[in-house]
Structure formats: structure tokens, C-alpha cells
Design a protein around this ligand. Structure first.
Ligand code: AHM
Ligand code: MG
Length: 332
């Protein structure tokens, strides 16, 4: 009927954020604004990603962007976009980014939030037109508002996150986030420039039939992880690995499955970073009813010691993660 012809209808991200802010009696709206800043930057990054193939055609697009800056790789562009949006927003006093060795002091010392972000994960996939993502995590600062942010503000455990989420630049672009009250997913409508609530109250299946890991590294996995992977094969599970964490995570979140990036003989702590890759998706998966562990400890309880520290990761459907843990625990 007519209703269906005039899609999209429904709740925009802005309206959703505003409505939910009313649920927190003392909320000042700063977290809401911060989430809107991230959404805004993601729209710009989305646009850049969509024309990535063209941007490399020197001559056609020119070697410079609209600001007259030299054309940079998209992960660097995404980094600049998110950082600018967060600095302009004013709610964030410090930022940790995968693209920056050191903490960024935004100068907004009255901002009460800290953001850890991987602006463009899986960026090696862009050149071949495969989905990539942004992952973000938000903490409340511990030190006094108005003072210079310190390491104790930045090095917080995953359980201290006040919000976390990701943007998947896939066949459609989606923003999925949580503020600790469930998980909601929004799909971007590019012609209107709006995110619409498309996946309310996301819950992940407790059991799935997909395992996702880089099986090319099988011989470098520990015996226990090899045995678990063998178990997945013997159980007839599907092996699905894009090599783009957000995309692999997103598929498994909806279909049920487990994503594994274990320690390997070459990379004893695995590859993924605790602060801006593992913690945010661990909070999200727990909010959706799933689990995330390093094999021996819940990801969200790991005490960070280094900005860019890595951790092995097993994340996804609860029953699959607990099965993997049992294999690892039996390894002495
Ligand atoms: P990046 O942060 O340098 O993009 O690396 C992270 C990516 C993840 O998206 C992906 O899951 C993983 O690296 C793939 O690694 P591998 O090629 O070792 O399987
Ligand atoms: Mg990354």
C-alpha cells in the first residue's frame, strides 16, 4: 500500500538518541551529542569510501581533496574526520586512535568523556571493494572535569565503558551501538543523509554454525585452539572469514557464530587491540547476549597496561565461546 511506497519511515538516529536520553534523569545530553558527532563523521567517511575507487584515479579526481590537502589513504582520512568531529563537538577531553601513537588531548578539558576509536578497521580491504568498519568506545573520565586528562582516564577496563559501537560500511552502511541498555542497529539512507532504526533490540543467537578465523594460520595456533577448530570442522560448521573484523562480527551477531583471533606463534597476544577493537565489540556482544574472552578471562575485565595492547579474542554466541573456553582450559 501507499505506506510502503513512501519508505523510509520510522525513527531516525537523532530522534532515537533524544528519546532515550529522556530515560536518564540526570543526563545533560553530552553523550547524546557525542554519539551524533560520531554519526556525522561516519557519513563523511561513508562518502569517501563509496568513491574510493575513483579517488585513486589520478587526473580524474585530482591528487587533492576539497580542502586542498594531498589525497591521503582512507584510513588516515577517516582518522582526521573522526578526530575533527570529536574535537569540534567538545564533549571529549581525550582520544585514543589506532592511527595515533599517543593520546590526543583535545584541549576540551571540560568534556567528561574519553573516546577510543579504530577509525577504519580492515582498511587493506578497501582497495578490493570489501566491507570495512569503524569501531568506537566511550568512557567517562575519572579525574576532575576541567583538569588535564590523565592516564587513569584512558586506561579503563571494558566494564567501565558507557557506550560502544561500530559502523559497517558494507552493501549498506549501518551504525550499531549500545549505551548499556541493549543494542540497536541503524541503516543509512544515503539520499536523505539519515540513519534510520532498522534493527531494534538486537539479540544474538546463543548458538550458531559459523566459525571465523584465519585458518591459514592454523599451524601457528596452540594445540587447544587447533582442536577447537577441528571440532568446528567436524561439526560441519561453515567457515566464514572476510578478514574485516566489523563485517565478520556483524554477520555472526545476526546469524550466530564465533570469531576467533587467537595467539599465534608469531603473535603471542593475537592481533586485535584491546582498547578500540576488542572492548567495544565485547560490550556490544554481551549486551546482545553473547560473550567475549581471551580464552582465560572475560575481555571486559582485562586491566589495560598499554594504549595499543593486543589480546587474543574469542567472541560471539555464548555456547560457542564457552565451548572454546573448555578446550583452552583443558590445555595445561
Ligand atoms: P587493521 O586494524 O590493521 O585493519 O587489522 C585488523 C584486521 C581485522 O579487521 C581483521 O579481522 C584482521 O585484521 C585480519 O587479520 P589477518 O589478516 O591476520 O587474518
Ligand atoms: Mg584495526
Amino acid at each position: 500500500d501507499l505506506e510502503q511506497l513512501i519508505l523510509p519511515t520510522g525513527t531516525t538516529l537523532d530522534r532515537f538518541i533524544m528519546r532515550h536520553q529522556a530515560h536518564f534523569p540526570f543526563a545533560t545530553g553530552e553523550l547524546s551529542q557525542l554519539l551524533r558527532d560520531i554519526a556525522l563523521a561516519s557519513k563523511i567517511v561513508n562518502r569517501e569510501i563509496n568513491r574510493a575507487g575513483l579517488a585513486n584515479l589520478s587526473g580524474a579526481m585530482g591528487g587533492q581533496n576539497v580542502q586542498g590537502e594531498d589525497q591521503q589513504k582512507l584510513d588516515a582520512i577517516a582518522n582526521v574526520r573522526f578526530i575533527r568531529a570529536l574535537i569540534n563537538g567538545g564533549e571529549v577531553c581525550a582520544i585514543v586512535s589506532e592511527e595515533e601513537e599517543k593520546v590526543i588531548d583535545t584541549g576540551n578539558w571540560h568534556g567528561k568523556y574519553i573516546v577510543a576509536i579504530d577509525p577504519l578497521d580492515g582498511s587493506s580491504n578497501i582497495d578490493v571493494n570489501v566491507a570495512v568498519g569503524t569501531i568506537f568506545s566511550v568512557y567517562r573520565r575519572k579525574t576532575l572535569i576541567g583538569t588535564k586528562p590523565e592516564m587513569q582516564d584512558i586506561m579503563q577496563k571494558g566494564t567501565d565503558q558507557v557506550a560502544a559501537g561500530y559502523i559497517l560500511y558494507g552493501s549498506s552502511t549501518m551504525l550499531v551501538y549500545t549505551t548499556g541498555h541493549g543494542v540497536n542497529g541503524f541503516t543509512y539512507e544515503p539520499s536523505l543523509g539519515e540513519y534510520y532504526l532498522s534493527h531494534p533490540n538486537i539479540l544474538t543467537p546463543t548458538m550458531g554454525k559459523i566459525y571465523s578465523c584465519n585458518e591459514g594460520s592454523y599451524n601457528e595456533f596452540s594445540p587447544a585452539v587447533r582442536k577447537y577448530v577441528d571440532y568446528c570442522r567436524e561439526s560441519g560448521y561453515s567457515g566464514r572469514y572476510i578478514g574485516s573484523f566489523v563485517a565478520d562480527f556483524h554477520r555472526n551477531l545476526f546469524k550466530g557464530g564465533i570469531y576467533i583471533y587467537p595467539s599465534t606463534s608469531k603473535a603471542p597476544n593475537g592481533k586485535l587491540r584491546l582498547l578500540y577493537e576488542c572492548n567495544p565489540l565485547a560490550m556490544l556482544v554481551e549486551q546482545a547476549g553473547g560473550d567475549a574472552t581471551n580464552g582465560r578471562q572475560r575481555i571486559l575485565t582485562i586491566e589495560p597496561t598499554d594504549l595499543h595492547q593486543r589480546t587474543p579474542l574469542f567472541i560471539g554466541s555464548e555456547q560457542m565461546v564457552s565451548k572454546a573456553i573448555r578446550y583452552i582450559e583443558s590445555e595445561t
